[in-house]
Structure formats: structure tokens, C-alpha cells
Design a protein around this ligand. Structure first.
Ligand code: SAH
Length: 252
């Protein structure tokens, strides 16, 4: 892997906290309310930033990251609601492409005018590297890091790692109807979240490779009694740190 400086984005404070702690920050800049940490994480030069939630927040953060910090790839990590029926809390989706489910141009759904694209692909080699890192983390370290009581609480036993479409929009999806609509309309939809496709679109327009990883927190329907905030701070942050640590340490 020949990336000189990797951009890392998480949406939520609870997710980025462990990375901030592990990072050896050489410089910190605050731009438009976001703190960009430049330094070394697990032996690699990175710029780390919390985007906050939603497409606008994510797109503007990605733009600053690419324009001002000169990163040559972007990795986004976070949580998502499951769309594919075989996905459960703790399973991980590595995006091969992303789409905005709330984009309608007056004629049809998803297609972004002028770019003439609906789906934004991630970079395949980067994505494969991340996929392997997630598998390694889930197999070797997850159960040492997340206390058994939390794994039991969230019913995480043997998480799967799958590749497919990550679906993005400015809504927390907890409606089975909407979930079904996404599953029907989107090619190979795996999970739904609120930032990924916005970041992928910005990276596409800058010509910079990106990857998106999402751990499934909820079922994107109304029968989840999961405490989302607890899941993020007790489990999701470990998936994110573990996957990125395995990825960055293995990278040449
Ligand atoms: N309650 C939180 C907001 C959480 S929004 C607050 O007030 O701060 C949900 C976050 O998790 C987003 O960043 C989104 O990307 C992801 N997410 C997880 N499950 C989701 C779902 N079912 N639908 C949409 N986004 C989801």
C-alpha cells in the first residue's frame, strides 16, 4: 500500500475517542468547528477528524480533509442499520459501493445530476485490505477487548464480515417500510447510515480513493430495543479501533 497520508473520519464523538487517545498528534487544527489531528496512528501518518452526523457534515469535512490536509485516501468508519436480512448487531459491512437513498432528481431516484452516477465505488485494493483487517480483528481480538457482558447484552457472538452496498441518507431509519423500500430499490443493499455516500461522492470528485466500514448497530426497523448510544460507546468504538489498528499496522 503506497498511501503517504491517510484521512480517517468517524461521525460520532464516542467512536473517535479511542483513536484520539491512541494517536500521536503532531498538529491540531480547528476548521469550521471540526478538530483535525495530524500525526501518527499505529505507525502510519494520518489525519483524523470527527465529521459529525449527516451528509452535509460528512461532505464538508471530507472536502476540508482533502483540500487542506492533502490526504491521499480516506477511510470512514461507523455504525449502520442492517438492511440485508442476514445481518445482525455486530456484523460488519465493508462497502464496495455507496448510494444516497434520499436523492430524487425529479425523474428518478439516486442518480446524481451532472455526475450521471448513482453508485460511488470504493477503491478495491484499499477495501480488500480493510476487509482483511476487520476479519483479523473479529477473529483474534474482539472478544478480548469487549467484555463478555457487553457482547451478551448486544447479542454478539460470531460476527460476519460482508461486502456490498452501503446506503446513505439524512434519516435515522427505523421504519420497516422504508427498510423494505431500500432493500428493493438498491442493488445489493447491506446497511443504511447517514454519511458514507456523501464522503464517497466527494472522494470521487477529488479523484481520491476511499473505503467505508460499518458495524451493524440496529435493524433499521422498529423492533430494535438496543440502546444505540451504549452500543456506540461500548462496542462500535472497539470495532473501529481494532479494524484500523490491524489495517494500519499491516500496511507497508
Ligand atoms: N442520537 C444520536 C444520533 C445518531 S444518528 C445523537 O443525537 O447524537 C445515527 C448515526 O449512526 C449516524 O451517524 C448514522 O451514520 C449511523 N446509523 C446507525 N444506525 C442507523 C440507521 N438505522 N439509520 C441511519 N443511520 C444509522
Amino acid at each position: 500500500m503506497s498511501y503517504q497520508k491517510i484521512g480517517l473520519i468517524c461521525a460520532m464523538e464516542e467512536e473517535i475517542r479511542l483513536l484520539e487517545r491512541d494517536m500521536q498528534a503532531e498538529q491540531t487544527s480547528v476548521i469550521a468547528g471540526r478538530t483535525f489531528y495530524e500525526g501518527v496512528l499505529y505507525g502510519r501518518p494520518v489525519t483524523l477528524v470527527q465529521s459529525r452526523i449527516g451528509k452535509v457534515a460528512a461532505a464538508s469535512t471530507a472536502t476540508t480533509l482533502l483540500d487542506r490536509f492533502g490526504v491521499d485516501c480516506v477511510i470512514f468508519c461507523g455504525t449502520a442499520g442492517g438492511i440485508a436480512p442476514d445481518l445482525h448487531t455486530g456484523d460488519v459491512v465493508v462497502a464496495d459501493k455507496l448510494v444516497q437513498h434520499d436523492f430524487f432528481d425529479g425523474v428518478g431516484w439516486f442518480r446524481i445530476p451532472l455526475l450521471d452516477k448513482s453508485y460511488f465505488e470504493t477503491e478495491p485494493v484499499l477495501t480488500e485490505g480493510i476487509r482483511r483487517a476487520v476479519i483479523e480483528y473479529v477473529r483474534d481480538r474482539l472478544k478480548q477487548e469487549i467484555p463478555q457482558a457487553h457482547l451478551d447484552e448486544f447479542r454478539i457472538s460470531d460476527p460476519k464480515v460482508v461486502t456490498g452496498t452501503v446506503v446513505t441518507g439524512d434519516q435515522f431509519i427505523c421504519d420497516p417500510e422504508k427498510n423494505r423500500w431500500i432493500a428493493e430499490q438498491v442493488d445489493n443493499a447491506k446497511c443504511v447510515e447517514m454519511e458514507g455516500a456523501a464522503v464517497a461522492q466527494i472522494c470521487y470528485e477529488f479523484g481520491i480513493p476511499c473505503a467505508v466500514v460499518r458495524v451493524v448497530s440496529d435493524g433499521a426497523n422498529d423492533n430494535s430495543n438496543l440502546d444505540f448510544e451504549r452500543f456506540v460507546s461500548e462496542a462500535a468504538c472497539h470495532f473501529t479501533r481494532g479494524a484500523l489498528k490491524a489495517f494500519l499496522e499491516n500496511a507497508e
